[in-house]
Write a protein that binds this ligand. Structure first.
Ligand SMILES: N[C@@H](CCC(=O)N[C@@H](CS)C(=O)NCC(=O)O)C(=O)O
Length: 241
């Protein structure tokens, strides 16, 4: 930082992981070159990887030899280290307020939506899933729709991604894609969102088209993998009863 040398960056990731997807989106938006190391999450982490991230999670970012973990912190670090369209610095005019608004949006998205989204994936196909998806739609209408009225098409009237999209787009693309798979989310999710949360719908439709989001996104592979994972979780829950 401060140096003109581009940083040497390695991202430890799994393309199926929405948290790791955030780091990839940040790197692509910032146009930073990086190497990718895929971590196989289907087997225990190697001792080498546990030295990189003792928590055993992806993502982990090696930035000029310094390791950073936790996806929200990784994105914020990258955005702070490289000035860009994604977010103003706190010392820029209007920076503190823009940062507060982005933080509030991301906090709202994660704290109000994520547990409902996971509950809908876990729910049995049919009435249980429809009810669970109804709760997602209600939360979007109440919590997110009012924050996206001035989206243009991105957060805060921006015509390019901001940190708000960097931190949430990996979940938006899953929400939209998984509604194509009955075993994951019913199609009614999309029609209800379009009808009841038009600002959110317009924003989400733009978010899922961005190259930084779709780069390495294999909708079929990730959807099928998610079906298997939640099928297994449902069976384990039934066996434990
Ligand atoms: N709070 C962490 C969550 C990361 C996380 O949960 N990653 C998952 C994959 S999506 C993981 O590495 N899980 C380890 C495993 O499945 O064994 C972050 O934001 O970076």
């Amino acid at each position: 930082m401060g140096s003109t040398e581009p940083p040497k960056i390695t991202l430890y990731t799994s393309y199926a992981c929405p948290w790791a997807h955030r780091s990839q989106i940040a790197l692509r938006e910032l146009n930073l070159a990086f190497e990718t190391v895929i971590v196989d999450l289907s087997v225990p982490r190697t001792p080498e990887y546990l030295k990189i991230n003792p928590r055993g999670l992806v993502p982990a970012l090696d930035y000029n030899g310094i390791i950073l973990t936790e996806s929200a912190i990784v994105s914020q670090f990258l955005v702070d280290a490289h000035s860009s369209h994604l977010e103003k610095a706190s010392t820029d005019e209007g920076g503190p307020l823009q940062r507060a608004k982005i933080n509030f949006f991301v906090d709202t998205f994660i704290s109000k939506l994520l547990s409902l989204y996971l509950a809908a994936l876990r729910a049995q196909v049919g009435e249980e899933k429809e009810d669970a998806v109804g709760k997602i739609v209600d939360a979007v209408v109440k919590e997110l729709e009012p924050l996206l009225g001035d989206a243009g098409p991105f957060f805060g009237g921006s015509d390019r991604f901001t940190l708000a999209e960097v931190q949430t787009a990996s979940f938006v693309i899953r929400l939209v894609t998984f509604a194509e798979y009955e075993a994951l989310l019913p199609k009614s999710l999309l029609t209800s969102l379009e009808a009841k949360a038009p600002s959110f719908w317009k924003w989400a439709s733009a978010v899922v088209k961005e190259d930084s989001v779709t780069y390495k996104w294999d909708a079929k592979a990730i959807s099928e993998r998610t079906i298997d994972r939640f099928e297994k979780l449902r069976k384990e829950a039934a066996a434990a009863k």
